[in-house]
Design a protein around this ligand. Structure first.
Ligand code: ZN
Length: 337
């Protein structure tokens, strides 16, 4: 929050300075010129505020591409947890894969967005790990859409939210596949998916679920999607300790051009070795607030453009199968810190 406020304050200061400059010029120049400066300030700030939501959900121009939508969702003030991750991938032949579905309190926003995209059926639903800000929206999504297949980890939790998730899968009556390191999926034409984590055997901590946040985050599904030469990586909320495990097994395979920032872009995660191994072109963090300038800089120094739904709203990344990527944000541009 601090960061956004600081950014907004800087923008205000810049606008104020520009206005002051315009004011100064007024004394020295013709009125016409003064207006030109004021107008250009106004145009710049209008562009800054431009909302491209309508353009983003109208995917006619990218219908022959693979596209991934990173959702900008929120929870009402006073909610214990964050809104979390919800992303959807649509293939060139319009197959739909959803990856996580956010907090239960954001589920209306998730369902509405899927409807705006014209989605009527979800071919594959993928769960990263059983925390509320990742599985919470599932029951609402399952009751609004037909889901063909659920892919999930074998990691269980003890919460009411987890019970609701399991019950909704049961009620949906669709097949479930448990994913683990070494698995791969070829469920969409020309798209290959490799699973790098978690391990098959889940060893729960002694007092589970007490103090299990890090354990559950470190069990996050790690999945690399390959479409021709184009690559995408999702690794849920891995902390650095979980990243270490994945690096140990798969460091040489992790490179991906489009990447979801681990754990909403927090500095519990996204360690230097990870960022170097992944070496992405485009990074998107999903959260209501921008988390860590250090992490943004770590990725941008590695050559990536960094986006966060906190500042950019919804983010769409469209690609062909030859590493040509197109990013469209609802608001603003890649972060420049
Ligand atoms: Zn999370």
């Amino acid at each position: 929050m601090k960061r956004i406020k600081a950014g907004a304050a800087m923008l205000m200061a810049a606008v104020f300075m520009a206005m002051t400059l315009a004011g100064c010029q007024k004394q020295e120049t013709e009125n016409g010129e003064t207006e030109t400066v004021a107008e250009s300030v106004e145009t710049a700030s209008e562009q800054e505020d431009a909302d491209r939501y309508a353009e983003l959900v109208d995917d006619d121009s990218v219908s022959d591409k693979l596209r991934i939508y990173f959702m900008s969702i929120s929870v009402p003030e006073g909610t214990d947890d964050k809104a979390g991750d919800a992303a959807v991938m649509i293939t060139p032949d319009d197959k739909v894969m959803m990856i996580d579905s956010g907090h239960p309190e954001s589920s209306d926003q998730v369902v509405d967005f899927l409807k705006e995209l014209g989605i009527t059926k979800i071919d594959a639903y993928v769960e990263s790990h059983p925390h509320i800000d990742h599985i919470g929206g599932f029951p609402a999504v399952a009751s609004a859409f037909e889901i063909d297949h659920v892919y999930r980890t074998n990691v269980e939790h003890t919460t009411k939210t987890y019970e609701n998730f399991e019950r909704a899968i049961e009620e949906e009556g669709c097949p479930v596949t448990y994913l683990k390191d070494g698995d791969s999926l070829d469920i969409f034409d020309n798209i290959h998916i490799d699973i790098y984590h978690p391990e098959e055997e889940v060893v729960y901590p002694e007092k589970f679920p007490e103090g299990s946040t890090q354990f559950l985050n470190d069990e996050s599904l790690t999945m690399k999607i390959t479409y021709g030469e184009s690559t995408i990586l999702f690794a849920g909320d891995l902390y650095t300790s979980g990243e270490d495990d994945v690096l140990e097994k798969h460091a040489d395979s992790l490179q991906a051009d489009v990447v979801k920032a681990n754990h909403h872009g927090r500095d519990t995660s996204n360690q230097k070795d990870w960022v170097e191994a992944v070496s992405p072109k485009i990074v998107v963090a999903m959260d209501e607030t921008m988390q860590s300038a250090t992490i943004v800089k770590r990725y941008t120094k590695q050559g990536a453009d960094y986006y966060t739904t906190a500042i950019n709203g919804f983010v769409r990344v469209a690609m062909d199968d030859a590493k040509n990527y197109e990013v469209l944000t609802q608001k603003g541009e890649a972060l420049d810190l």
